[in-house]
Write a protein that binds this ligand. Structure first.
Ligand code: CP
Ligand code: NVA
Length: 303
């Protein structure tokens, strides 16, 4: 049987995502009722982190325990990866001792190489280029609040980063339209977008990107690994804050999302992220439910 990885959003099909959303619904309902759901009894997840995390670690680790399995946390700084063990060797060794692996690292090519040498499914827990698990949780959250996302207008105002590239892939899979505005100094990288992707429009003016949107999305201006650019970024992103003025331009029932952690007063105003249109806490919680569905699916298939 061929192994299925989730290294970027486009690795799964619409029908697989529809299954995962339905399954996550069931898993969430059971969790809320304290009903056991041990579909990965005695299975083991290994989590490899090369960057910091709160939500990703917690949701995968708690999720795996709740599925009846175990999760093991490895960080580069205290494993042999940090001392130069080749990624190919790590992929071979780790995958002989567990059933599924999650990796958070820098370049996408690192996780691709790791997966090539792995005997078990590999999940992208964030790379410089993609953050597919977060976008899966975000779409699940949108669907919970507003129903189908197909045909909706989704604004992205901020950095051309991992979150945006995963959203752009999701737009193609789910057939919605993205209104994207990034500062001219930080344009999207065409190499990271499929040439067939006609599901987005670029706007120079961040306010225009928000006009009529059903969902407004942003993220930090400086992602992990880019800290040296922080001062230049603060300058370039001046004007890209999501504040109540921009929210007013969106559809009356528009939602606000941010994958967190957030910087109030930089990319988002406090009254927006803490206001009535914000669903950021649901997004964070839903990482748990959708990733349980994903772990189950990649290890055991449709149940
Ligand atoms: N949103 C997200 O991935 O958060 P962490 O960096 O805390 O895992
Ligand atoms: N774009 C951010 C997301 C953090 C969850 C980063 O890569 O740091």
């Amino acid at each position: 049987m061929s192994i299925k990885h989730f290294l970027q959003f486009s690795d799964l099909s619409l029908s697989e995502f529809e299954y995962l959303i339905a399954r996550a619904n069931l898993i969430k309902r059971k969790f809320k009722h304290y009903e056991p759901h041990h579909t990965l009894l005695d299975r083991t997840l290994v989590m490899v982190f090369e960057k910091s995390s709160t939500r990703t670690r917690l949701s995968f680790e708690a999720g795996m325990h709740q599925l009846g399995g175990a999760a093991i946390y490895l960080h580069t700084r205290d494993s042999q990866l940090g001392r130069g063990e080749p990624i190919e060797d790590a992929g071979q060794v780790m995958s002989r001792m567990c059933d599924i692996i999650m990796v958070r690292t820098y370049g996408q090519e690192i996780i691709e190489r790791f997966a090539e040498y792995s005997r078990v499914p590999v999940i992208n827990g964030l790379t410089n280029e993609h953050h597919p698990c977060q976008v899966l949780a975000d779409i699940f959250t949108y669907v919970e609040h507003r129903g189908s996302i197909r045909g909706k207008e989704i604004a992205w105002v901020g950095d051309a980063n991992n979150m945006l590239y995963s959203w752009l892939q999701a737009a193609q899979v789910f057939n919605f339209h993205m209104r994207v505005s990034t500062p001219k100094e930080y344009p999207i990288d065409p190499k990271l977008i499929s040439p067939e992707n006609g599901n987005f429009t670029l706007f120079e003016d961040p306010s225009q990107a928000c006009a009529g949107a059903h969902l407004i999305n942003t993220d930090v201006w400086t992602s992990m690994g880019y800290e040296a650019e922080n001062a230049a970024r603060l300058k370039a992103f001046d004007g890209w804050i999501i504040d109540s003025e921009k929210m007013k331009l969106a559809a009356a029932d528009a939602l606000f999302m941010h994958c967190l952690p957030a910087h109030r007063g930089e990319e988002v105003a406090a009254d927006v992220i803490d206001g009535p249109q914000s669903v950021v806490w649901d997004e964070a919680e839903n990482r748990l439910h959708v990733q349980k569905a994903l772990l189950e699916y990649l290890v055991r298939g449709r149940l």
